[in-house]
Design a protein around this ligand. Structure first.
Ligand SMILES: [Fe+2]
Length: 418
């Protein structure tokens, strides 16, 4: 592929942000069989329901079926409906708790599956340790992304959180198809992905393709931010990228999203059935990249969000945007604190987008900061979140443990007090 955009030429000259040539054929990754455009993938898997989405040629006669083999071997037909912008979907349920579910989709007689996924434990109960895939800034279709995708599919995930910039360069429909759904087809068939929208994801058509690709529990119609529970974990996805007043308001201390976020975190901080709060968003509050080695932290965003996270006890803050890996020590008031006394920030922007020109700098706040392609495996248990950061060849780049942080609102433990 030799096509190079004006944007890419400028980026090459300046050695600045990532720009990518036109359609790339992800080498060695098969396309979805016709008439599928995107193979089936699961979304919004709860303790009692799930969705399966796919994209097929217009006019294709499609059906979907599911069963929970440990409970009943009978296949149940699910109703197929249009989702958004060419994507189709079927609701699966009611489903049993903490169970394996199988599903099959048939498009014009071409069957895919059965695939399997696992329903969650009842909200508020802990169940087994939860395995979460964290990655970001991934979708170019290049060899680094494909190597990581192959490592991801060796593992069994309960869910995935993606911190944005899913489909370079502009979030166009064919970029989502080729550089996300095709590359991760095996993982996405069994792993519900929960995205945070990135700046590249909404360039092509204001985010229409992004909106069509995923399904999330919208607190307000059209909002790209949301929260969801699984077991005793609250995940909060924050929109830092859309060109709307309420996203701008996140950086100036006003607007509906900020009000919603503060209330969501406040409620969780006093909810005895929530052990962990994990946030995901594209723009980082801490980043040691800067200048020609990346974007660096978003200072206005940090000024508004960090006080909320530290007050209401966010345990783990995840982000991307800068194309490297970085993990801070537990931090509060801009200083390193003991484990369990402040949030840990993990920047996972090494999902496949091109590395920036220079290595990242570091500081006493960063426990690990490296210019490397990676994704993160989070194992969330009762008292700890264990993290393992994995590279292209499956090598372990970092290992860490996050301990529960109560937040200043409910009172710090003696260990954390000054
Ligand atoms: Fe970005």
């Amino acid at each position: 592929m030799t096509v190079t955009s004006t944007c890419c030429l400028a980026a090459t000259v300046l050695a600045l942000a990532a720009c990518y040539p036109g359609p790339v054929d992800p080498v060695g990754i098969p396309q979805a069989p016709a008439p599928y455009v995107r193979a089936p993938y699961v979304q919004q898997v709860t303790d009692s329901s799930a969705w399966v989405l796919w994209m097929s040629q217009p006019g294709s006669a499609d059906t979907a079926w599911f069963r929970a083999p440990d409970v009943d071997s009978v296949w149940i037909r699910a109703e197929v409906e249009d989702h958004r912008y060419g994507t189709r979907r079927a609701a699966l349920g009611p489903l049993p708790l903490s169970s394996t579910v199988q599903y099959v989709v048939s498009a014009a007689g071409t069957r895919m599956g059965p695939h399997e996924f696992h329903t969650g434990p009842a909200a508020g109960t802990s169940g087994e340790d939860m395995r979460v895939l964290l990655f970001g800034d991934s979708g170019w279709g290049g060899p680094e992304q494909i190597d990581l995708a192959r490592q991801m599919q060796r593992l069994d995930w309960d869910l995935s959180i993606h911190v944005g910039d899913i489909a370079y360069n502009d979030g166009a429909e064919d970029e989502f198809t080729e550089r996300h759904f095709r590359v991760y087809a095996r993982t996405l068939a069994s792993t519900p992905i929960y995205p945070a929208v990135g700046n590249h994801d909404i360039r092509a058509d204001g985010g229409r393709s992004y909106d069509g690709a995923f399904l999330w529990p919208e607190p307000f119609s059209g909002a790209r931010y949301y929260s969801f529970r699984r077991g005793r974990v609250l995940f909060v996805s924050i929109d830092t990228s859309s060109k709307t007043e309420e996203v701008a308001g996140l950086r100036s201390g006003e607007g509906r999203q900020l009000t919603w976020l503060a209330e969501t975190l406040r409620e969780a901080s006093v909810d005895s059935t929530v052990d962990w709060i994990v946030t995901l968003m594209h723009h980082p509050l801490y980043s040691h990249a800067g200048g020609i080695s990346g974007h660096g932290l978003d200072r206005n965003l940090r000024n508004e969000l960090l006080p909320l996270f530290e007050r209401y006890g966010v345990d783990l803050v995840t982000a991307g945007h800068d194309h490297h890996y970085e993990r801070t020590y537990p931090l509060r008031d801009g200083r390193r604190v003991e484990p369990g006394c402040g949030p840990v920030h993990v920047l996972s922007g090494g999902g496949g987008g091109s590395m920036y020109a220079r290595d990242v700098t570091t500081s006493p706040l960063a426990a690990n900061a490296r210019r490397v392609y990676e994704f993160v495996e989070l194992t969330i248990g009762k008292n700890t979140i264990k993290g393992r950061t994995i590279g292209r060849q499956g090598e372990v780049i970092d290992e860490f443990t996050v301990r529960r942080y109560a937040g200043t609102e409910t009172g710090l433990t003696d260990t954390c007090s000054e």
